[in-house]
Design a protein around this ligand. Sequence first.
Ligand code: PMP
Ligand code: GLN
Length: 398
Amino acid sequence: GPGDGGAVRPTIFAEMSALAARTGAVNLGQGFPDVDGPAHVVEAARAALAAGRNQYAPGDGVPELRRAVAAHQERHYGLTWDPDTEVLVTTGATEAIAAAVLALAGPGDDVVALEPAYDSYAAVTAMAGARFRPAPLALRSDAGDPAAPRFALDVAALRAVVSERTRVILLNTPHNPTGTVLTADDLAAVARLATEVGAVVVTDEVYEHLTFDGAVHVPLATLPGMAERTLTVSSAGKTLSLTGWKVGWVTGPAPLVTAVRTVKQFLTYTSGAPLQPAVAAALADEDGRVAAYVAGLRASLARRRDLLAAGLRAAGFDVAMPAGGYFVVADAAPLGFDDGARLCRELPDRVGVVAVPVAAFCQAGSPAAAQLRSWVRFTHVKRDDVVAEGVRRLARLA
Ligand code: PMP
Ligand code: GLN
């Protein structure tokens, strides 16, 4: 009815961060860094503000940022895009994904995503009037060790939900919440399915530079024949630890980017002007300072992941080791908790920690929701002392 929003509800992140603020608990819920991004990038934004870059940017983004995004895609992945027709600047990856889904899918169409799925995917699919069809990731155990589970693409499960009605396959690698980095074989399987049914793939690559243990991020658009049918989405938030800036972008073939731009015009018209030159300079990175920053961030995130994972194991959780991103997911069932949502509501009072139930990334009643009912997501993108305090507190759960 009016006001209940149907499939569109207040996000779990708002609820859990409010809980953290109210209880003073250690917030390992919402994924945002508690240390600012590179000072010289922040300084570049200050300079743009002072230089009067304060009126509307062009609808598709300032030219230097579009050129920097195209150059970044070429330098890292060998993808060549025309900055004038094949790059669109958006208000974060969130707007790029929303505009893409709204542009490409409507009533009678299906949008397929891997489940668990970042929560905006199902919401924006509902706004488009399309049907959301989640395909569960497989939960496997390495070397037969049930205490070392890991998530992987389940091609059969994906094939089971892809059909002629599939307009969009929404892919996310490195994956939130599981930290799965899709392999070249995984991507080839997705490419085959998408091509078979004529679907466009929208790939959410916001954690593209945050991979661990030598895991390599491969954009789907680099696979043979896929550049024509893929919209690649990323943003500055995660790479630069500037999540509040909400500067994102989408690249792809001109007809698809044009469709996204058409919708974007009526969502936000244009995105924040003074931050765009700063992100452009950061992506161009002429003095290599950003590359050094990102290498350091990757190493420190891997170290904090290890700290969090070891603490969770010591506390009795089964832990799926992530290969990328901001999060560690863990099963609370060995501790006797079969309902992760309930555990997350109780955690602040029990031990003073906030986390997010993995069920928040699943459709009610889906196979993944049932299988992952006892799973909880923790972020490791917090200072070492915060992660350490979090795991000290979680040890009291046992
Ligand atoms: N996709 C994923 C998988 C994310 O984790 C996030 C982080 N909130 C986003 C999209 C949103 O990115 P942005 O803040 O650039 O909109
Ligand atoms: N990407 C972050 C997370 O998954 C923040 C999401 C949000 O606040 N919407 O926790």
